[in-house]
Design a protein around this ligand. Structure first.
Ligand code: TRP
Length: 329
């Protein structure tokens, strides 16, 4: 089980950090992938763009290869059971541990005028999403590790307190396919690619061919190594990192060789990367656009996904209420 918030546009970092893992996972597991629309309300109370954004994430999920026949693709707010489990889990979550959460502290710093209780209990809502499906594996990036650990703690606490007749929730683990988690660098050498920082430093799945070419053309380089075997500066390493993600192995090898022998033309490198990036993004963008324009299809997918997720959630909530003793007749 996993989810992505419906704020902003999905970018290459979301693709290589999360969605690519989802796509592989769906071949071997019974998967639930969600658009986290409720989580967006903790920081974006204005809902004018919510529908467009939810549709976009869903369309991009499918364009990236998620198959609604294999995985449940759904929208968080379509499962009312989430709110109920969130309520119960809130009684097991201590304000002290919530206040210590890194993301909470960051958000308080960023939006001191909107420190709402939903923000404080963000990790409880995320735990509800996960535990509602009794998920064992959660494919998430490094930035969500702390939230996942909290979900594990809530599961343990619930099982310990109420699971006299056996555990109700498995303890959810972070999941990736045994490879190192890839970090997709931002184009301005400021860390990882992210939605909210500099728009020109991220490549979005919805970027046009020319936007992609221009962003890569502007990526930082220098006049190149003057001696063979010079160590690579970070911003050049970043360009190679992107090249490894989208270009053919012989192309990567050629430019690595050129660098090593201090005989590299960064203009050519960025041009090649631009074209390979365009070939990578274009089919995803075009497919996502077509899906976004087909509201009837999106609706069918959401209904189908919610129905499957709700069925599984129903089983969980029966177990939860029984374990808690919330049954009076
Ligand atoms: N908090 C996650 C993020 O910001 C999104 C999310 C919400 C999520 N519910 C989840 C991720 C459940 C995994 C599982 O990216």
């Amino acid at each position: 089980m996993s989810g992505i918030r419906s704020t902003g546009f999905l970018h290459l970092g979301n693709y290589f950090g999360a969605i690519r893992n989802y796509v592989r996972m769906q071949e071997e597991y019974d998967c639930y992938f969600m658009v986290a629309d409720l989580h967006t309300l903790t920081t974006h109370p204005d809902t004018t763009e919510l529908k467009t954004n939810v549709h976009r994430v869903l369309a991009e999920y499918i364009a990236c290869g998620l198959d609604p026949e294999k995985s449940a693709l759904y929208c968080q707010s379509h499962l009312r059971e989430t709110a109920e489990l969130y309520l119960y889990l809130n009684m097991l979550a201590y304000t002290g541990e919530l206040e210590k959460t890194t993301t909470f502290k960051d958000k308080v710093r960023q939006h001191p005028d909107n420190v709402n209780a939903g923000l404080l209990t963000y990790p409880v809502l995320m735990a509800a999403d996960i535990l509602l499906q009794r998920a064992r594996f959660v494919p998430v990036g490094k930035d969500q590790e702390q939230h996942l650990e909290m979900a594990r703690n809530f599961a343990k606490r619930f099982n310990h307190r109420y699971g006299k007749d056996g555990e109700v929730f498995p303890e959810p683990q972070a999941f990736n396919f045994g490879e190192q988690l890839v970090k997709v660098p931002s184009l301005d050498d400021s860390g990882k690619m992210s939605k909210s920082e500099n728009q020109n430093a991220a490549i979005f799945l919805s970027d046009s061919d020319d936007q992609i070419r221009n962003k890569l053309k502007k990526a930082k380089t220098d006049s190149g190594p003057t001696e063979p075997d010079t160590p690579m500066p970070g911003y050049i390493e970043n360009i190679f990192q992107l090249l490894r993600l989208v270009s053919a192995p012989d192309v990567v090898e050629k430019f690595e060789g050129d660098y090593k022998s201090a005989n590299i033309r960064y203009g050519d490198l960025k041009k090649q990367l631009g074209e390979d990036m365009v070939s990578f993004i274009r089919p995803i963008r075009e497919k996502a656009e077509a899906i976004r324009n087909d509201e009837a299809y999106l609706r069918r997918i959401m209904e189908m996904g919610a129905e499957k997720a709700r069925r599984n959630a129903g089983i969980t909530m029966e177990k939860v209420r029984a374990a808690m003793g919330l049954q009076y007749y």
